[in-house]
Ligand binder design. Structure first.
Ligand code: ATP
Length: 328
């Protein structure tokens, strides 16, 4: 056992919201979740990332007992995901990708309806409290169908928290929502977590991943990285350089970057090149090989090379590429 493993004590069960081991699920003979082990602590905002079709929704559905795993076991809120799924569902708020509200009911009526559906005591007061809590008070009479995407999502979140769940499972809650509305939505999520709610949220947005306490990255059903953003970046072992074009702007700089990108992309030691406007990001897993690859270009007086910390996006693209290589 390593020193760090020996030094990390097992958390007490009441501090753990989700603990699953070896979860697998196949559809039509194809394994879409492959021996997934993960742990989410209570009060945490846990980000779930991965390409389309990587198994995030399937995992979420197994966690709240809507789907039975083919193999593996674990608990959600201390309850067995195989045998106590009904009890789990009573304590979980699940916002699906296709969360639908009654378009021709008002915001307030939607919330009152959900409150009644879940047997929440004093549904009218509960709906009013949810309106207040989510900054929807001024929109109570507006028809849900007339809300913009961002407000709709906020209403959907309001409906999810009405029955006072202990855990929120949010499946891409901000897909297609503009940056300002996403920011406001995330402020709500942080407020809810500060009140003690655990939040597992899937997203494709890097800025949202950076707002989570911990993240997990899943590709082809396999968990490839897990931990804080800083630890996931550190564990990637990636070396990254940024190149800028001196004395040129716009189209001219773009042409230099495109040519450089083509020239570097095929060199050994370069695992990824990505243009960002008039800059080029170059990454590699072997720092020495990467330096050797860029060495001939560093003498060019038109270019400035700067060693940089890899971004989360660099790390995910690299992980994705690696898992593809493994499957070939
Ligand atoms: N009920 C089902 N029957 C057959 N195949 C399914 C079923 N549910 C999911 N799949 C398949 O399993 C794979 C994983 O899907 P899943 O929805 O879990 O991925 P995801 O990571 O949530 O994707 P996205 O980011 O696009 O939402 C996909 O190829 C999907 O088509």
């Amino acid at each position: 056992m390593s020193e760090s493993a020996a030094a990390t004590p097992e958390p007490s069960p009441e501090t753990v919201a989700i603990a699953v081991e070896g979860l697998s699920k196949s559809f039509d003979g194809r394994m879409v979740v492959d021996h997934l082990t993960m742990r989410v602590m209570r009060g945490q905002i846990y980000g779930f990332l991965g390409p389309n079709g990587s198994g995030k929704t399937t995992t979420i559905r197994m966690l709240c007992g809507l789907l039975t795993p083919d193999s593996g076991s674990g608990t959600c809120l201390g309850l067995d995901i195989r045998t106590e799924s009904r009890k789990i569902r009573e304590r979980v708020g699940y916002m699906t990708q296709r969360f639908s509200l009654y378009q021709d009911l008002s915001v307030r009526e939607n919330l009152e309806f959900v409150a009644r559906l879940y047997g929440v005591p004093k549904p009218e007061q509960a709906a009013a409290a949810a309106l207040e809590r989510l900054g929807l008070a001024g929109r109570g009479r507006q028809l849900a169908g007339a809300l913009s995407g961002g407000w709709k999502q906020r209403l959907a979140l309001g409906a999810c928290i009405l029955p006072s769940p202990d855990l929120l499972l949010l499946d891409e809650p901000t897909a297609g929502v503009d940056p300002k509305a996403r920011r406001e939505f995330w402020a709500q999520i942080h407020d809810l977590a500060a009140e003690g709610l655990t939040v597992l949220v899937s997203t494709h947005y890097m800025d949202e991943a950076e707002r989570c306490h911990e993240i997990a990255y899943i590709a082809y059903g396999r968990l490839l990285a897990q931990g804080t953003v800083a630890s996931v970046i550190a564990a990637s072992g990636l070396s990254t350089w940024t190149v800028e074009v001196k004395g040129a702007e716009g189209h001219a700089a773009g042409q230099v970057i495109t040519a450089l990108s083509r020239a570097l992309g095929s060199r050994p030691g370069v695992d990824m090149v990505a243009p960002f406007g008039t800059q080029l990001h170059i990454s590699g897993r072997d720092a020495a090989a990467l330096e050797a690859a860029i060495a001939p270009f560093r003498a060019d007086p038109k270019l400035t090379f700067r060693q940089d910390a890899p971004t989360l996006e660099d790390v995910f693209i690299d992980l994705m590429g690696r898992s593809k290589d493994e499957l070939r």
